[in-house]
Design a protein around this ligand. Structure first.
Ligand SMILES: *[C@@H]1O[C@H](CO)[C@@H](O)[C@H](O)[C@H]1NC(C)=O
Ligand SMILES: *[C@@H]1O[C@H](CO)[C@@H](O)[C@H](O)[C@H]1NC(C)=O
Ligand SMILES: *[C@@H]1O[C@H](CO)[C@@H](O)[C@H](O)[C@H]1NC(C)=O
Ligand SMILES: *[C@@H]1O[C@H](CO)[C@@H](O)[C@H](O)[C@H]1NC(C)=O
Ligand SMILES: *[C@@H]1O[C@H](CO)[C@@H](O)[C@H](O)[C@H]1NC(C)=O
Length: 190
């Protein structure tokens, strides 16, 4: 009780300074994490493609009917987990949409890799995409897949930021070996 008013004043200043300090630290942390995220896009690697079905039918029309079981690994190099909503992957061939595949909502943990599998059902009327026959006979078909995942990045269990990842992959299917490989370009945007 000796100092009364001076002490409460001191306490107030002390509390104020501590609060400001904490806010500054939080803001710096947030900026660090945000810039960190901006620099690191997730990488997507095509692990395996298995042909479930593969028919080149001649009658009644010339068509290609195939299904591909696809396993991709997503590497999340960021300090936040990414939870995305139900989405679709699209498979294009020279600008023609050939197939869509469902992607079930999921979470990719921070600093971890995560496997995603889906099945692409491809059905093409070859007469409408004449280049396909030439590529088929040539032995390599070059597809492009695009996927947009909308979701949230979560840091420390309490900071949540809306984020969207964009992924474009060139997929090369080698007809004779019935194998495929790909190169992907991925971006994450906040
Ligand atoms: C593709 O092949 C599968 C299995 O042979 C068949 O069930 C399906 O109907 C075919 N798709 C089309 C569009 O013909
Ligand atoms: C996501 O898709 C699954 C089925 O694939 C469905 O059961 C679930 O309700 C969907 N979630 C939302 C939020 O629409
Ligand atoms: C594969 O196809 C895409 C678009 O159709 C094209 O941009 C790319 O250059 C092709 N790659 C090769 C190696 O042919
Ligand atoms: C993903 O699948 C690949 C190939 O099957 C496997 O080697 C890897 O361990 C799997 N990763 C995870 C995180 O399950
Ligand atoms: C895909 O595999 C083929 C044959 O194994 C190889 O010639 C080609 O360079 C590979 N492409 C990529 C992008 O890995």
């Amino acid at each position: 009780m000796a100092c009364g008013l001076r002490c409460t004043k001191g306490l107030k200043i002390c509390c104020g300074v501590t609060t400001i300090f904490l806010i500054v630290v939080l803001v710096i942390l947030l900026i660090l994490f945000l810039t960190d995220f901006k620099q690191k896009d997730p990488t997507i690697t095509l692990q395996s493609v298995k042909f479930g079905r593969f028919h080149l039918d001649i009658l009644p029309i010339l068509d290609l009917n195939l299904s591909l079981a696809i396993l991709v690994t997503v590497d999340n190099p960021n300090h936040g987990s990414f939870t995305y909503q139900n989405s679709s992957a699209y498979l294009n061939y020279r600008g023609n949409l050939l197939a869509t595949a469902p992607l079930h909502e999921d979470t990719i943990p921070a600093l971890k890799s995560h496997n995603i599998s889906t099945i692409l059902n491809v059905y093409v009327d070859v007469t409408e995409v004449p280049d396909l026959l030439g590529d088929y006979l040539g032995g390599v078909i070059n597809f492009t897949s695009t996927t947009t995942l909308v979701g949230k990045v979560k840091i420390f269990n309490f900071i949540k930021i809306k984020a969207t990842t964009y992924s474009t992959c060139d997929i090369f299917v080698y007809i004779h070996g019935q194998i495929a490989n790909s190169t992907c370009d991925n971006k994450i945007k906040f």
